[in-house]
Design a binder for this molecule. Structure first.
Ligand SMILES: N[C@@H](CCC(=O)N[C@@H](CS)C(=O)NCC(=O)O)C(=O)O
Length: 291
């Protein structure tokens, strides 16, 4: 029997768009997972036509930060786009954790951990690449399984870029387009990424296979480049220099021929004010690719 449950449903646009908060037992993470899904008013169960944008949140977030702060629903409703909003990690008393905000619960980094005490539950890559899309397709039949794109913020920007690149390289899943808000672009070169990879994989070197700047080279070698990637970045973002390493990604993209539209915004920081200011353009970017 399926463990899937809708815990709450709230109308969030005047046109009739609805936000559902859902829970299910995950095989990948071996615990109950929460996610939210926004369905535009044009969604109909009887017609599998609605495209979906998966949005991956950053450190310390759960499935609710984006819903409450990004102000994206009206624009997604007009574009006829569903938004899938997963949690950032497995959770619960039986799940390993750490006192620091950048490791453990709330900091899953969208990878499959191989090390104790993390590996039993921290399997977020499998969860986002395979299990969650299957749960969405089974329980929301008005979603078109072939029309999905991915975006994210900070740690979630790293997740969006790396999961999109890895799925193209492996040929397993097809994310039609990818964008990011202030992504961690080169995790093997920044403190957040080094700490995560040392703990979850046992070494930073293993993390090279999970680093957007490194994966770009493989994407190019296999002629699998995206036609464009949209990245927004605030120039007053306190994490830009030490943690995000956007310049490394930009120069590697240029050297391998990957087009990236990078927009740098004076005065904007790392917060959801910045995301709210840019989110409509990301919705339009993906909606066009998903037509
Ligand atoms: N120093 C911050 C780092 C965490 C942070 O800035 N998280 C970003 C993503 S990397 C976020 O979206 N926070 C939640 C929010 O603003 O709602 C903290 O301790 O909370």
């Amino acid at each position: 029997m399926s463990s899937f449950k809708i815990l709450s449903s709230t109308r969030v646009t005047r046109q009739g768009g609805v936000l559902h908060r859902c829970q299910h037992q995950s095989n990948s993470t071996a615990c109950d997972m929460m996610f939210a899904i926004f369905l535009p008013h044009s969604y109909h169960e009887s017609s599998p036509t609605t495209p979906a944008l998966y949005y991956l949140s950053g450190l310390t977030c759960n499935d609710q930060n984006f819903s409450q702060k990004a102000g994206a629903f009206l624009h997604a409703d007009a574009a006829g786009l569903a938004l899938v909003l997963p949690d950032t990690s497995p959770r619960g008393e039986a799940v390993a954790n750490d006192d620091a905000y950048d490791l453990g619960q709330g900091a899953g980094f969208y990878i499959n951990a191989t090390q104790e005490p993390w590996k039993a539950h921290f399997q977020m890559e499998s969860y986002i690449q395979k299990e969650l899309p299957a749960v969405i397709n089974e329980n929301f039949p008005g979603i078109n399984p072939a029309l999905k794109s991915i975006s994210g913020h900070s740690m979630g920007g790293h997740g969006a870029l790396t999961l999109a690149f890895k799925s193209k390289i492996s040929g397993e899943t097809d994310w039609k387009s990818v964008s990011a808000f202030a992504p961690i672009c080169h995790p093997t070169a920044c403190p957040w990424g080094k700490k995560a990879f040392e703990n979850y994989f046992g070494s930073v070197e293993i993390g090279l296979a999970h680093d957007a700047t490194e994966l770009l080279k493989q994407l190019a070698e296999k002629s699998l480049l995206y036609d464009d990637i949209l990245i927004d970045q605030g120039l007053d973002d306190e994490f830009l220099k030490e943690q995000l390493c956007l310049d490394d990604f930009e120069s590697t993209a240029a050297s391998v021929g990957q087009t990236v539209t990078i927009r740098r915004h004076e005065g904007m920081d790392h917060s959801y004010y910045f995301i709210a200011a840019c989110v409509a353009d990301h919705i339009d970017f993906h909606a066009k690719k998903l037509k």
